[in-house]
Design a protein around this ligand. Structure first.
Ligand SMILES: [Fe+2]
Length: 232
């Protein structure tokens, strides 16, 4: 009896030891060089503001320059706005929805209370658009370079969603824009690193006869929601 108990204790001890070794070994396996890499800074959040469209336009695609099959494009400097949605480890977030909205060249939102009273609206600007991220987390829009309105520095509003879950709400600014320094919301961004994440470098497209520009931004979200399980 006594011996049995001893044996049992020995077994328990060994098993614990085995489990500890196994856990340590698995942890070591997980410690690839990437695990030691610094996490990316999350894209800072900013207020949604009052002008998310109260009625979404019929055309909600990622080309804000042309509504439906209209032949007249929106007025403004055309910008090819591209980016990725990634997590803090740099992994792409697939199948996320990126929504943007901004004022037209006259400083008006498509929101029913968002029109510039003096200048009215550009009837050819979509004002809002939506794009989904591909397998590499990429998305793109064709829109106009944002202009200032109502005391705000130029900006584009962005929401990133995965399914119904909102991952991020923020605003994108223009690098080198002097109004940034005076903008009450821009000034709320705490650090230069965070400011850099939402301040985009607008570059001229070489040889574009109509002065098109490009801007790129990687949006870093804190949580990677699991991809939905495939239906059987
Ligand atoms: Fe705004």
């Amino acid at each position: 009896m006594h011996d049995d108990r001893l044996d049992l204790d020995a077994y328990t001890l060994d098993r614990r030891h085995f489990l500890w070794v196994a856990t340590a070994a698995s942890a070591a396996l997980l410690m690839t060089p990437e695990a030691f890499a610094k996490e990316l800074t999350k894209t800072p959040t900013q207020t949604e503001g009052p002008f998310y469209p109260d009625r979404l336009p019929l055309d909600r695609d990622n080309d804000l320059i042309v509504i439906g099959k209209s032949l007249t494009p929106a007025v403004g400097t055309i910008v090819h706005l591209t980016g990725r949605v990634i997590d803090t480890n740099g992994a792409p977030v697939r199948g996320a929805d990126v929504e943007i909205w901004q004022v037209d060249n006259r400083g008006s939102y498509i929101h029913s209370r968002g029109a510039n009273r003096r200048r009215g609206r550009d009837p050819n600007f979509q004002g809002y658009g939506k794009a989904s991220t591909d397998e590499k987390g990429r998305w793109r829009f064709r829109t106009i370079r944002p202009v200032p309105y109502g005391g705000r520095t130029p900006h584009i509003h962005v929401i990133v969603k995965k399914g119904r879950r909102r991952l991020l709400t923020t605003q994108l600014y223009i690098k080198g824009e002097q109004r940034n320094a005076r903008d009450f919301l821009y000034r709320r961004i705490r650090t230069q690193a965070e400011r850099n994440l939402i301040t985009l470098d607008y570059k001229k497209v070489k040889d574009s006869k109509i002065g098109e520009q490009t801007a790129h931004v990687d949006i870093v979200v804190g949580v990677t929601p699991k991809d939905p399980k495939p239906k059987k």
